[in-house]
Design a protein around this ligand. Structure first.
Ligand SMILES: [Zn+2]
Length: 313
């Protein structure tokens, strides 16, 4: 009985020869095509419907099954990835957060990526400004001293150095939301562009593009609405995040009454969230834990995924 599944996670897939932002770290389109060649020769790329049937009805997956997933709804998922997959007869599974796609909001996470891309040679000019904002903050906010934040958060992971992680964490989750938004917006205006709405409209797919991809056999699932760490917000907000994303999926014609997939922003989940997902009949959940999924052993709401960097390109 085949139950193992290799899930591959993609974010930015760009044509780096043409981009205005060469500092963004992502997969070059030529590398993506080579990686698809590799994956197609070593794996059988399955559709999300096959995985749902395997979980629900115990159908076997083919040997060496793999699933392709794309997070965050970037414009190149429509411009580059979709035509390439379509031509190869493959399905991609796409997880766009609602706010950037429907409301043109630039996500904190992307604001930070482009700030970092613009300051690659000297990320300290960014972290110094964050530290200065912490030191100048209203004492009523109850912030910790800079040294305490650095001790907690300035640690490298498998992709980023300590300084970069510190900047990302402070601006994505650690500082109070109003403050980190204001600091990140100032940094973005200084280092990237003052016209955020125009930038956002270029960065993400549109609702119409999502609908077209969906009607051509691509799969869409939930990545929340505002790209929060869903494990760090109260249940009522978790419910709003999920329900808003289900409304969006309905709007683009995704068959959510039959099955739907949750892809956790930043891989963040907790028991309360799983409870919310079960109450809305979620079928599969995708984490960022790194392993081959085993459908006979994993909780279907907590399937691990590899990153594109874990495979040759
Ligand atoms: Zn994401």
């Amino acid at each position: 009985m085949q139950s193992s599944l290799t899930i591959v996670m993609y974010h930015y897939v760009r044509d780096f020869a043409r981009t205005r932002y060469p500092g963004i770290r992502g997969l070059d389109f030529a590398g993506f095509r080579r990686q698809l060649d590799y994956l197609q020769s070593h794996y059988r790329i399955v559709r999300v419907e096959d995985v749902v049937a395997a979980v629900r009805e115990g159908h076997a997956l083919p040997p060496d099954a793999a699933l392709l997933t794309f997070d965050d709804g970037y414009a190149e998922h429509y411009n580059l990835v979709f035509p390439e997959l379509y031509e190869r007869g493959l399905q991609g599974c796409f997880y766009p957060p609602v706010a950037p796609i429907r409301d043109g909001v630039l996500l904190d996470v992307n604001r930070v990526h482009f700030i970092l891309a613009a300051t690659l040679e000297n990320p300290a000019q960014v972290s110094e400004r964050i530290d200065a904002a912490i030191e100048a903050a209203d004492p009523a906010l109850g912030l910790q001293p800079v040294a305490a934040y650095r001790a907690d958060w300035a640690h490298p992971n498998r992709f980023d150095d300590a300084e970069t992680i510190y900047i990302k964490r402070m601006l994505q989750t650690v500082l109070p939301e109003d403050m980190r938004n204001r600091v990140a917006q100032d940094l973005f205006a200084q280092f990237v562009t003052a016209d955020e709405p125009a930038f956002a409209s270029e960065l993400y797919i549109s609702t119409q593009q999502a609908r077209l991809m969906q009607s051509c056999g691509m799969a869409f699932g939930s990545h929340g609405a505002s790209h929060y760490w869903l494990n760090r917000i109260p249940r009522a907000v978790q419910e709003t995040e999920i329900d808003t994303s289900l409304d969006f999926l309905r709007e683009i014609g995704a068959p959510i009454e039959d099955h739907w997939v949750m892809c956790y922003p930043f891989g963040g989940w907790n028991e309360e969230l799983l409870d919310v997902l079960r109450s809305r009949k979620c079928t599969l959940g995708l984490t960022t834990e790194v392993a081959t999924a085993d459908l006979s052993r994993n909780d279907p709401l907590l399937l691990p995924r590899f990153d594109t960097n874990d495979f040759p390109r």
